[in-house]
Write a protein that binds this ligand. Sequence first.
Ligand SMILES: NC(=O)c1ccc[n+]([C@@H]2O[C@H](COP(=O)([O-])OP(=O)(O)OC[C@H]3O[C@@H](n4cnc5c(N)ncnc54)[C@H](O)[C@@H]3O)[C@@H](O)[C@H]2O)c1
Length: 255
Amino acid sequence: MTELLDGKNFLVTGAANSRSIAWAVAKAVRSHGGAVALTYQAERLKRRVEQLADELGGAPMIELDVGSDAAVKRAVDELQERMPVLDGLVHSIAWAPAEDLQGNFVETTRDGFAQANDISSYSLIATAREARRLMTGGGAIVTMTYAGSWRVVPNYNVMGPAKASLESTVRYLAADLGPEGIRVNAVSAGPIATVAARTIKDFSGMLELLESHTPLRRNVTTEEVADATVFLLSDLSRAITGEVVHVDAGAHATI
Ligand SMILES: NC(=O)c1ccc[n+]([C@@H]2O[C@H](COP(=O)([O-])OP(=O)(O)OC[C@H]3O[C@@H](n4cnc5c(N)ncnc54)[C@H](O)[C@@H]3O)[C@@H](O)[C@H]2O)c1
């Protein structure tokens, strides 16, 4: 592989297991020469992430629950001891109550809406604000979104407005942090069967439909999303910020 990210340090959030998009990103960053720290959401998820960290040759692991500003600050303080300078942050985190990922959108609960936006969108602001302290030489932030932000996808429901908010957040952060040499972008991935995706009702039906409707007549892999993420983390994309890049076999153009 190339040495595209040689000598650079990255915090990759959201690797829960070997199917996570974040795990493919962590492996791709390592294969391009970057150093990686991983986060785990809570003690109960630590063991699985420990196995992933071992596979990367003992990557630092930090507990990070983005539901609290104090926890985000604590995580970055801890990271600072292992990686005093950070060159990139990968935000690969989303959550909504399962009952709000099915049925009629009009029945979305106030609480479900607030939680989906808090964990899936506000968390990018909270983590960027803290990570920025360590990005003293500039850097790149990449988050994961989905096209359900701008078109209606059955059962995606409350995550649609949450991803619209996330994509807008990308643009506002890009404007704020650009003068510091920090770029902020999103990858809009096609559907992939991860744990988070499987909470969406009839997710496998969506995968089947796309296989015959995307321009490339197939779905995408976490590795393909990871490769685009490496591009956005690297100097190859040095003039790109505030952008949403679709890695979806062309689905956004045809469906
Ligand atoms: N899989 C898809 O089809 C798809 C498509 C487009 C975008 N995405 C996005 O990719 C990102 C990663 O999802 P994934 O598909 O890899 O699923 P995943 O379940 O592997 O990852 C989701 C991660 O979010 C973390 N998380 C949830 N709540 C959290 C909290 N309060 N604090 C910290 N971490 C928390 C989980 O621990 C997990 O690691 C999400 O933003 C998702 O919306 C996924």
